[in-house]
Design a protein around this ligand. Structure first.
Ligand SMILES: [Zn+2]
Ligand SMILES: [Zn+2]
Length: 390
């Protein structure tokens, strides 16, 4: 059992003096290595869980689902399966139809659900398992997003996205041999989601300085460590090597753990996530094929970093409601942000998309998002400040 990440989390937990209430990690097993699913078998046998329900889609069934099912069948474990169907755009969406499919297909004697896939399949399984009052196990197939170990399940309800607080996986087995086979656009998306922490952290600091948003040094430190780990591994990620996949996946988990420690998404989500959510809602409303979360974040991070570089200093300097000490701290934080070019260079290193045109986000939607996206969430980001402060 690889406990190093759990130890890492617990160290942050014990070092924290911020005064906010933090939870110990509720994960019983956390394994990232080649052949990780061997440990899944022994975990299930140890728990005496002989009835499991696997959730996958057409792609993740081939990537890992069939293999997991074959392995478990040897041990006479009874396996139920939900293969989530794609919509007319060939997208698998975490919506009411997908969740109902799982809820109606799970046998009531099932001990545990198992998400085999990337972010969306985890959200579907997470929500369904929580509703059924059962634990779920995470079997990631791509290092594409930082939400594997989070409690939040973003669900599309009547074509609108809403995030529900549900549960974290009870155990996670990430097979590096499977992650290595993930398509480049998915690993680049994972890398993009991590890069978003640059502006997310700046926004979080800003909210704490100006609006008393709760803040935790340890959670910020953990997020920064995740960011550095991913950036240092850019070459290996591009090469799709075991080392690269392991480092990227660890970085994503660390970002997720920082959110778990803090109990909210502040460490990992700021103005760049607002823009991305706005674009996503625009695409949903028009029934367009969805983009990967992380590829939107990669692009939105570069764009919003440039907006911040252009406007923050002047606006903050002239603000009569801020003290000199506040102005000084804010200036330091935002001066340190990489520029849009820096972000795009990093994204380029892993073969990621860098422009709105590559995403297919039109200029009209982008302009709308800059002026309205901050209203999607009650959070005092710099994006909100630039829009709302006179
Ligand atoms: Zn994200
Ligand atoms: Zn703390």
């Amino acid at each position: 059992m690889d406990l190093s990440l759990v130890d890492w989390y617990n160290k942050a937990l014990s070092n924290c003096t911020c005064g906010h209430h933090h939870h110990p990690l509720s994960m019983e097993e956390l394994t990232i290595k080649s052949g990780a699913t061997d440990e899944l078998r022994s975990y299930l046998l140890r728990k005496k869980w002989m009835k499991v329900h696997v959730v996958y889609d057409r792609n993740t069934r081939t990537a890992a689902g069939d293999q997991v099912v074959d392995q478990l069948t040897v041990d006479n474990i009874h396996i139920g399966i939900s293969e989530i169907e794609e919509d007319e755009n060939q997208d698998v969406i975490a919506d009411e139809a997908a969740i109902m499919q799982v809820l109606t297909e799970v046998d009531h004697e099932t001990d545990v659900l198992m998400a085999v896939g990337a972010g969306t399949l985890h959200d579907i399984t997470r929500y369904a398992a929580y509703t059924l009052g059962k634990p779920f196990i995470s079997i990631p197939t791509a290092p594409s997003v930082d939400g594997f170990n989070s409690m939040g399940a973003p669900i599309v309800l009547k074509k609108k996205k809403k995030t529900f607080q549900t549960q974290t996986p009870i155990a996670l087995f990430a097979d590096v041999d499977v992650l290595k086979e993930a398509p480049t656009d998915m690993t680049a998306a994972g890398f993009g989601d991590v890069l978003g922490k640059y502006t997310a952290l700046a926004d979080w600091h800003f909210g704490a300085i100006t609006a008393n948003e709760p803040f935790c040094d340890q959670a910020a430190e953990m997020t920064l460590e995740a960011l550095n780990q991913a950036i240092q591994s850019a070459k290996d990620i591009r090469a799709g090597s075991a080392k690269g996949m392991e480092n990227l996946f660890e970085a994503l988990l660390k970002s997720g753990m920082a959110m778990s420690l803090f109990g909210h998404s502040h460490p990992a989500s700021g103005g760049e996530h607002h823009l991305s959510h706005y674009w996503e809602m625009g695409f949903l409303a028009e029934g367009r094929k969805q983009l990967l979360h992380g590829e939107k974040i990669g692009v939105s991070t570069g764009l919003i970093a440039d907006i911040y570089h252009e406007h923050v200093e002047k606006k903050v300097a002239l603000d009569p409601l801020l003290t000199d000490a506040q102005k000084e701290r804010i200036a330091l934080i935002f001066k340190d942000l990489p520029t849009g070019d820096d972000i795009n260079t990093l994204l380029g290193q892993v073969g990621g998309k860098t422009t709105l045109a590559e995403l297919g986000v039109e200029e009209v939607l982008y302009q709308e998002s800059i002026h309205n996206a901050h209203t999607l969430r009650k959070r005092n980001t710099m994006l909100r400040y630039l829009n709302e402060r006179e």
